[in-house]
Design a protein around this ligand. Structure first.
Ligand code: ZN
Ligand code: ZN
Length: 150
């Protein structure tokens, strides 16, 4: 495997990550990553929304491909997947500026707000320590109904 092939610059950590794991940075994956990078962390998109953005940008890509790409990017550690029972799945950029944060999710319209709570992070940490688990993340998803939907 030639790790240098096809890459001219490796400025972005995302490209570095893709590089490291030996996956090809296909135009499709790059477009999806670029979208998340351009909207920044703290935004939560559904696969349908990602699809809509790409269609608007004249990319002919199927929703199924978007799903596959998103799942792959989650496995590779670039995106975080929020599983919301009623609202389906949403994806966000995993970022060092935005670690262990929590989500308040409207079960009706999917509106998602972030919040921070040291207590939740500590509770997760303590529980993991008590049981001898190695902590990966400690986040809370709160299901609720937003003011616009009440
Ligand atoms: Zn978030
Ligand atoms: Zn709502």
């Amino acid at each position: 495997m030639n790790l240098k092939s096809g890459y001219t610059s490796l400025s972005s950590p995302f490209e570095l990550g893709l590089h490291k794991s030996g996956r090809r940075l296909t135009p499709q994956r790059k477009k999806v990553l670029d979208l998340f990078q351009s909207i920044g962390s703290g935004n939560h998109l559904s696969a349908e929304e990602v699809h809509g953005h790409l269609i608007q940008a004249n990319s002919r890509v199927s929703l199924a491909t978007i799903y596959r790409t998103l799942r792959l990017l989650v496995r590779m550690g670039f995106l975080h997947e929020l599983e919301l029972s009623e609202g389906g799945h949403r994806f966000e950029l995993l970022s060092k500026d935005n670690p262990d944060h929590h989500h308040l999710v409207c079960i009706n319209c999917g509106r998602t707000e972030e919040f921070e709570s040291e207590e939740v992070v500590l509770a997760g940490k303590k529980a993991a320590e008590n049981k001898g688990f190695k902590l990966i993340e400690s986040t809370l998803n709160v299901r609720a109904i937003c003011p616009g939907c009440i």
